[in-house]
Design a protein around this ligand. Structure first.
Ligand code: AMP
Length: 285
């Protein structure tokens, strides 16, 4: 097995990057750790496509609002490092908060359109934190390709805008959502669910299937499609839906009716089950 280099400082990362043969293709997978098959599938994709794969593990405080789960976010670092080593990843960047942010950091990356709806409405500042840390990581790692999960469809759309608008020389790849056997999208936050909640959580992806079924049966009115998903989830009574909406995959814009032909659409959901906020989405057409 190739030895895996653990990099803790920006200086170590820069040195590692500079030591790579000049023509090596570098793939990068940013994560917050508590790794699961979703993360590992992105790492494997990078290992297939690129010569060198770098994964980062950083629970980024600037993307959490004060009332959110920053302090209780799971951090099983030793296990994460073992998983990445077994997968054959070349290097892992595990910086501290102090390493990533000068005390008086005052520059942020703000995307102003795609960040607005959906999670943007319920998590103000979240995408500013994501766009800022990912831009910093891109500058440090200088990858040719970076891999992000379609599970976080809005994050993908925001970062695609940032990369386009700021001319960041990296190719973004969207990896498919990896699911548990019953259909629940894998997430580091699934460990927050009680066993009873875990059984119910499958209804999130089932509600998306209801929307897709209605679409396949010919429904093209967006409000009716969304209602099919909402009605299903609300019938259970355990979920508090923040949004369940049909939107354009790239622009995240909304329409009254599904336009015929052309643009790809997703149906995206965020809902609380107990105190755990779950998100998921599926491509509609
Ligand atoms: P996170 O550690 O949650 O910030 O996620 C790191 C990366 O893994 C992001 O690009 C996520 O979209 C991606 N990811 C998280 N869950 C999944 C999943 N179930 N399937 C595919 N990718 C995922």
């Amino acid at each position: 097995m190739t030895p895996m280099t653990v990099l803790r400082t920006r200086a170590q990362l820069r040195e590692f990057r500079a030591s790579l043969p000049p023509h090596s293709r570098v793939g990068f997978v940013p994560t917050m750790g508590a790794l699961h098959e979703g993360h590992l599938s992105l790492a494997r994709q990078s290992l297939r496509d690129c010569d060198v794969t770098i994964v980062s593990i950083f629970v980024n405080p600037t993307q959490f609002a004060p009332h959110e789960d920053l302090s209780k976010y799971p951090r099983p670092l030793e296990r994460d490092l073992e998983l990445l080593k077994s997968a054959g990843v070349h290097a892992v960047f595990v910086p501290s908060v102090e390493e990533m942010y000068p005390k008086d950091a005052s520059t942020f990356v703000v995307e102003e359109q795609v960040s607005g709806p959906l999670c943007g409405e319920f998590r103000p500042g979240h995408f500013r934190g994501v766009a800022t840390v990912v831009t910093k990581l891109f500058n440090l790692v200088q990858p040719h390709r970076a891999y992000f999960g379609q599970k976080d469809a809005q994050q993908c759309a925001v970062l695609e805008r940032v990369v386009r608008d700021l001319e960041i020389p990296v190719q973004l790849i969207r990896g498919e959502t990896v699911r548990e056997n019953d259909g629940l999208a894998m997430s580091s936050r699934n460990v927050y669910l009680s066993s009873e909640e875990r059984k119910k959580a499958v209804k999130i992806s089932e509600s998306l299937s209801r929307v897709i079924d209605a679409y396949r049966l010919g429904e093209r009115r967006v409000a009716e499609l969304e209602k099919a998903g909402r009605d299903y989830l609300e019938a259970d009574g355990s979920f508090r839906i923040q949004y369940l909406e049909v939107r354009d995959l790239e622009t995240l814009q909304r329409a009254e009716m599904i336009p015929s032909g052309g643009a790809k659409l997703i149906v995206a959901i965020a809902a609380y089950l107990g105190t755990t906020r779950l998100i998921d989405n599926a491509v509609l057409n």
